[in-house]
Design a protein around this ligand. Sequence first.
Ligand code: NCD
Length: 313
Amino acid sequence: MKSSVPFRWQRKDLVGLRDLERWELDLILDRAFQVRKRPKDPHELPLAGKTVVLFFVEPSTRTRISFEIAARRLGANVLALEGGTSSLQKGETLLDTVRNLQAFDADIVVLRHWAAGTPTVLARRLQLAVVNAGDGAHEHPTQALADLFTIRDRLGQIEGVRVTIVGDILYSRVARSNLWGLLKYDAKVTLVGPRTLLPRSFGDLPIRLTHSLEEGVEGAQVILLLRIQHERHNQMHFPSLAEYVRLYQLRPCHLKKAHPELLIMHPGPVHRNVELSDELFHSSHSVILEQAANGITVRTAILEVLAERLPAR
Ligand code: NCD
């Protein structure tokens, strides 16, 4: 499939979806569909001779491994650096650490950090390409692109699709990036969560907010569930986990009101029997593992697109 997008990618970095144009999302998604069609080991290696550093200052399984698989498939030299074993522990600033990676001729740094905005700061100050692999509760653009890819793949389009996002919206970068992406396609978004975890500022957006899961799942074609981001909570946001589960766990009884071909999505890691019942996790509605696998395809597309903008050395 040839891309229907008439423009070329211009950006050095990918730090978030909020500021991207709709055609830029289409360009990456179209490329991801092309990636999926071709053999896993391409003849051409667009990242041959290039160095990709995976710099993860927060835990990760899916994002880190899928970037590693993607970068290796494209022929890159892949190096991994973790927050706990890097010189950040000795008091070096993040900017100085990444400046050193640049001095070592790294071409792309994939950064996960607990502080919102760190990828943007590095992208502005450095020449290497920066990919945001999740910054605090701010953005997680590559996860949202994998989610958009899954929706388009399964439902044929993203435009007008009814998507319900459930859970810890306040602390979720996945919710934010998905929201910015989905709104560019005029998807019909509903956010569901307890009062304490639904940011009031989202009330100004053309979306529906509700505290009732029963109400929120009505007519939904996609339900995107979110983990409670305990590591970012510095106070209790609900009386007990048992109460949260009673009110916000997705169970078979909720499906009666949803679209018959409902897709259940979750970026992982899943807390078993918290966000959804085990029965639904294993049901035919669940595309959770497919969504994770799509992460490789989409991250391959992202690295390829960014590679085309890298200066020749
Ligand atoms: C998410 C993240 O790290 O933001 N996971 C992921 O990247 N697949 C979601 C989460 O941690 O709950």
